[in-house]
Design a protein around this ligand. Structure first.
Ligand SMILES: O=C(O)[C@H](O)[C@@H](O)[C@H](O)[C@H](O)COP(=O)(O)O
Length: 256
C-alpha cells in the first residue's frame, strides 16, 4: 500500500489523470489493450474531467480500452445520477472508445415500461447477474472476472468503497457482483463489485479528497477489518495506491 498526498483536490485530480494515462499506455504497450474500472463520486468524476483536458490524452488508444464500473446506481438509463452517465459526460463522450468495450451495468426500466426501456431491468438482482455474466465473458480462461489494469475507487466518510457499505452483506459476498438494496447513501438500489472482483485487479487506486474522508483514510491505511471498513479491503494484485489530498491525509499516521 502506497499513500500519495497531493496539495489539494484539483491537483489530485490532475496528477491521478496523468498517472492513469501512463498506466493505460503501459498496459497497451504490454498487452495491446487495457481495462479500466471507473468509480462515481465527486473526485472520481473530477479525475475524468482532468483526463479529458490532459495534454497526453491521445497517448491512449481509447478504442482498445475496456471500461467497467465498480458500482452503479440502479436508476433509469437516462438518469443523471448514473455513474456511467456522469462518466460519459466527463470523458467517454469525448474520446474514441469502442462502445462494444464499454460495459455499463443494467439500468432500471422506466415506470410503465415502453419501447424506450429496451434493456432495462425490473430488479437490481437481474442486472447484477447480467453484469457478472459480462465480466465472465471477458475473463481469462478459468477466471470469473478480467484482470483489470486499473480499478478506481472513491471512498465514503464511513469507509464504503464501490457500493460495499460497512457491515453489509456485500462486504462478505463471494459472488463477483451483487445487488444492493437499502443503501445508506441514496439512491437505495445499486449494483456493486465485491471484494473478490476488486482484488482481481492488477492495480487498485483509492482516490479521496476532503477532510470528511480523513478518519476513514487513516483507519484503512493503518490496516482495518474490511467488514467494518470496506476501504481496508481495497487492494490490487500488483499495486495498491491511495491517492489523496492533504485534507484527506490529515489524520493518517496518527494511530488511525
Ligand atoms: O455511487 C457512488 O456513490 C460512488 O461510486 C461512491 O462509492 C463514491 O465513490 C464515494 O461515495 C465517494 O463519493 P464522493 O467522492 O462524492 O464523496
Amino acid at each position: 500500500m502506497e499513500l500519495i498526498v497531493h496539495a489539494d483536490a484539483g491537483l489530485l485530480a490532475k496528477a491521478a489523470a496523468a498517472r492513469l494515462i501512463t498506466a493505460l499506455v503501459d498496459a497497451q504497450a504490454q498487452r495491446g489493450e487495457a481495462s479500466l474500472v471507473l468509480t462515481g463520486g465527486g473526485i472520481g468524476i473530477a479525475l475524468l474531467r482532468a483526463l479529458r483536458t490532459s495534454p497526453a490524452l491521445d497517448a491512449v488508444n481509447w478504442s482498445k480500452v475496456d471500461v467497467w464500473w465498480g458500482d452503479e446506481r440502479f436508476v433509469p438509463a437516462d438518469s443523471p445520477d448514473r455513474n456511467s452517465h456522469q462518466a460519459r459526460e466527463a470523458l467517454l463522450d469525448h474520446v474514441p472508445v469502442d462502445e462494444k468495450r464499454v460495459f455499463e451495468a443494467g439500468a432500471l426500466a422506466a415506470a410503465g415500461g415502453s419501447q424506450h426501456d429496451a434493456g432495462g431491468y425490473a430488479e437490481p438482482e437481474q442486472a447484477a447477474a447480467d453484469y457478472a455474466a459480462a465480466l465472465a465473458a471477458r475473463a481469462p480462461a478459468g477466471a470469473a472476472v478480467p484482470a483489470f489494469d486499473v480499478l478506481l475507487l472513491g471512498i465514503g466518510p464511513e469507509g464504503h468503497v464501490a457500493s460495499i457499505f460497512p457491515h453489509s452483506p456485500a462486504a462478505a459476498a463471494a459472488e463477483p457482483v451483487v445487488a444492493i438494496r437499502e443503501s445508506p447513501k441514496p439512491p437505495p438500489n445499486r449494483i456493486s463489485f465485491t471484494f473478490p472482483t476488486i482484488q482481481a485487479a492488477r492495480q487498485v487506486w483509492v482516490i479521496a479528497a476532503g477532510e470528511e474522508k480523513a478518519d476513514a483514510v487513516a483507519t484503512a491505511v493503518a490496516g482495518a477489518d474490511a467488514w467494518g471498513l470496506p476501504a481496508a479491503g481495497a487492494h490490487g494484485l500488483e499495486r495498491t495506491l491511495w491517492l489523496v489530498d492533504r485534507a484527506a491525509a490529515s489524520r493518517a499516521g496518527q494511530g488511525g
